[in-house]
Design a protein. Sequence first.
Length: 110
Amino acid sequence: MPRRHNNSAGELNRSFETAIAHGDLNLALAAAADLPHVSLERAVRLLVLMADERDRRYARAAARWMSRYAAETRDLTPAMLADVAEALAELEHGDLDAAEALLAAARQRA
């Protein structure tokens, strides 16, 4: 059964942004679960928190992100997918520059 929320979209977005800004992974994941849609850009921000905390769910979340990226990207090439896979692996090992590469990929997919 779908969740019912009395919160406005603005409140839900603020909750997510606040959790991200405070680096609170559990709160950010809970807030994301309440959102009707989590963009690829927002999902990258969750991945950054997961990688930073070395959360055991990172690998699965990264694979889901890459799958969504592949499904939502027009004119996808194997090289683009390889670049994303490399950035996800680098992020897992603490390279925060990889987050910028992922954000750029998410923005350029259309």
